[in-house]
Design a protein around this ligand. Structure first.
Ligand code: 7TS
Length: 409
């Protein structure tokens, strides 16, 4: 299948893992919301780092250490450009989205939220954008306010506006829902919060693999994402923060790298971004993520988005046409996520029967139990797309679902 000049079969050749059999069938990988596969260029960048450059960063005068530092810092610059942040030092390397959100909870919210204050989240957050705020609220006597959603899985913006007040100390909302696929009106969410003087963290874990994100256009104050969902390695993530907030925030982890000088009387913290990067970082991970960003940039989001939109349309029509299958998450503005339930089969059984046919999806609550409660279901089966998926993958999914119906009839 070719969309414009986008040749998906050629793209697939860059992803060695996709070309294998699982349970005697060609692998159909539809679990990109959980983690994405890696192009050869990312694998090569990591292998090359370990075979030629491996050294610790920011501390050696020797040549290899300087090269490692250049590559690590080069990756930071690539990521800054990728999300159109203003400054390299606004890019903090973390382990993943979860760590980025916890960093903000620890170093921003715990300093700025007091008794009777509010933190606002939505009804469709991943647990990693709920639990850290619950912990802060419990500790500080603050309230966690939840913006409700409608039956399509869209945020109720008028309810959001009603929740905002001078007591709002932080809004932390997902950019794209992992369980439903909804793309939220992030810039508008930020604008309304700022009008009340509240900063906004956007959870970009499910957004960055699918669409261009622009820190200047969004004007959010923090943005967190994971490398592994963006075709990079596990163990590396990014927290973007505006300089004015990061400067004022105390460190998250104390130790090496994050200091300028230490005596037993007084420690002077390092400048940004190192203040937030205590300990030896995931150097290879950052370099791998830099290569992933290069890969995605070379493909281009025009092509990626067009291809994924076409797949989503095709998949939505195909699933809607099957009797006994119901999509959960039907917002008009969606990323490539097809969450569904079936009349007769439990999601876990759906996942198991699909796996027998080499089709990888995720089943369960997707670490978003409150959204399951909102739809009064315990779980869904979720096919989540990436740019390397094809209409044939969707056809295989449909055939797999037909098999589930056969087994349960
Ligand atoms: N936020 C969202 C919106 C997510 O989808 C996820 C992971 C996270 C945060 C946490 O990311 P991590 O890299 O720190 O673990 N979501 C999923 C998923 O949907 N299936 O597996 C992981």
């Amino acid at each position: 299948m070719t969309t414009g000049t986008f040749d998906v079969n050629k793209v697939r050749q860059d992803f060695p893992l996709l070309n294998q059999q699982v349970n005697g069938n060609p692998l159909v990988y539809l679990d990109n919301g959980a983690t994405s596969q890696k192009p050869q260029s990312v694998i090569d960048a990591i292998v090359s780092y370990y075979t030629t450059t491996n050294s610790n960063v920011h501390r050696g005068v020797h040549t290899m250490s300087q090269q490692a530092t250049d590559h690590y810092e080069g990756a930071r610059t690539k990521i800054r450009r990728f999300i159109n942040a203003g400054e390299d030092h606004e890019i903090i390397f973390t382990r993943n989205t979860t760590e980025g959100i916890n960093l903000v909870a620890h170093s921003y919210a715990r300093q700025n939220v007091g008794p009777g204050d509010d933190i606002i989240v939505s009804n469709m957050e991943h647990h990693s954008n709920i639990v850290p705020w619950q912990m802060v609220c419990e500790e500080k006597g603050a309230n966690l306010k939840v913006v409700p959603i409608d039956d399509n899985g869209e945020l109720l913006m008028d309810e959001y506006e009603k929740l905002l007040s001078p007591r709002t100390k932080l809004v932390s909302i997902t950019h794209v829902s992992n369980a439903l696929g909804t793309i939220l009106p992030a810039a508008e969410i930020v604008r309304l919060a700022h009008a009340q003087g509240a900063p906004v963290l956007l959870d970009g874990a499910q957004a960055v693999p699918h669409m261009p994100v622009d820190m200047q256009a969004l004007d959010c104050d923090f943005y967190a994402f994971s490398g592994h969902k963006l075709f990079g390695p596990t163990g590396i993530g990014v927290l973007y923060g505006k300089t004015k907030y990061l400067e004022a925030m105390p460190p998250f982890l104390g130790g090496g790298e994050m200091i300028k000088s230490v005596t037993f009387e007084k420690t002077i913290y390092n400048d940004l971004p190192y203040k937030f990067e205590g300990g030896t970082p995931d150097i290879a991970g950052a370099i791998g993520l830099g290569a992933a960003v290069d890969y995605v940039t070379n493909l281009g989001f025009d092509q990626i988005t067009a291809h994924e939109e076409e797949l989503l349309r095709y998949g939505t029509e195909a699933l809607n046409a099957i009797d006994g299958v119901q999509l959960v998450g039907t917002a008009p503005h969606k990323a490539g996520i097809l969450s569904f339930v079936m009349d007769k089969a439990h999601p876990h059984d759906i996942g198991t029967i699909l796996d027998e046919q080499g089709i990888a999806i995720r089943t369960g609550h997707h670490c978003a139990q409150p959204v399951m409660q909102r739809f009064q279901i315990p779980a869904t089966a979720r096919a989540s797309l990436a740019f390397y998926n094809t209409k044939e993958d969707i056809d295989a999914l449909v055939k797999g679902i037909d098999r589930v119906i056969e087994v349960f009839s």
